[in-house]
Design a protein around this ligand. Structure first.
Ligand code: PAF
Length: 282
């Protein structure tokens, strides 16, 4: 595995690889790898000849009162795990290599960013699309894989790629969960033992909602109320949102159908967690 920090060297590697007729799959990450990341890397190896993992804690996607300074970092451990996963390149630039002095461009997808997480994290998705656009230009991947836990991010990136005629195929990877149902996230490392068990209210609320739908519930407003009540009853947690939207365009649903997606953001102590599920009515 090569470790590259310079964007110019990364692009030289990508050009050479493309000229050799090989396909590249990018796994964009902010590091602190868990099994979810490793499973993205395995999927990437299945679909392309070469896998590039980017490891970059992107400062511009964090708001002023968010967790940029304390975001977990473990470069040695991460590079060991990436090497073991058999990836070709770990691209780990420094902030000043991605945003040199004078950088003043922003890639912004409207509408899809103005709902759900976009409401409580203004500017967050502009930071994401700007860095992902840069990564696509630097690494020139044929494929890029994103986890479905950040389903809004996934929808926004798909829209950016379609709107800008980008020649990269976006691949979604299902949410990877701990044995007890908690969706894997680098931010789970912030949770105390008590908070860790409170955090189970997210996946359990999703399970409860799936059961309600299987038992015939079709009214989105009623289901949202039940989910909110369930979460509120499960401890000292603060709901950011509970929403039922159409999976592709994130517009709110009134009646539940097979492409309805239930999405949650909940604060457990100081940690904001997200989770989601499709509400198939089979
Ligand atoms: O999902 C993430 O880890 C980040 O938002 C991403 C896509 C790597 C961009 O910084």
């Amino acid at each position: 595995m090569e470790i590259i920090d310079s964007p110019a060297l990364m692009t030289a590697w990508a050009d050479k690889t493309r000229i050799a007729g090989k396909t590249i799959c990018l796994v964009p990450t902010m590091g602190f790898f868990h099994d979810g990341h490793l499973s993205l890397m395995r999927k990437a190896s299945d679909i392309a000849d070469e896998v590039v993992v980017s490891l970059f804690v992107n400062p511009i996607q964090f708001g002023p009162n968010e967790d940029l300074a304390r975001y977990p970092r473990a470069f040695e451990r991460d590079s060991g795990l990436a090497e073991k996963a058999g990836i070709s390149v770990l691209f780990a630039p420094k902030a000043e290599q991605i945003y040199p002095t004078g950088f003043c461009t922003k890639v912004c997808v409207s509408r899809l960013t103005e709902t759900l997480c976009g409401l409580s994290r203004p500017g967050h998705f502009d930071g994401v699309t700007t860095v992902v656009a840069k990564l696509f230009h630097i690494i020139k991947p044929h494929y890029a894989i994103f986890g479905a836990k950040d389903f809004q991010q996934l929808a926004i990136i798909r829209k950016m790629v379609t709107d800008l005629n980008w020649d990269v195929r976006i691949v979604a990877h299902p949410i990877v969960r701990e044995k007890d149902g908690l969706a894997m996230s680098s931010r789970n490392s912030y949770l105390s033992l008590d908070e860790r068990s409170q955090a189970l209210c997210l996946s359990r609320a999703l399970q409860m909602a799936r059961e309600e739908v299987a038992n015939g519930e079709t009214d989105a407003a009623k289901l949202i109320r039940k989910v909110r009540d369930y979460i509120t009853a499960s401890g000292d947690v603060v709901i950011d949102y509970v929403a039922i939207v159409t999976a592709g365009d994130l517009t709110p649903c009134t009646r539940i159908s097979n492409d309805s997606l239930l999405a949650l953001a909940v604060k457990i102590g100081r940690t904001r967690l997200i989770d989601n599920t499709l509400l198939a009515r089979e």
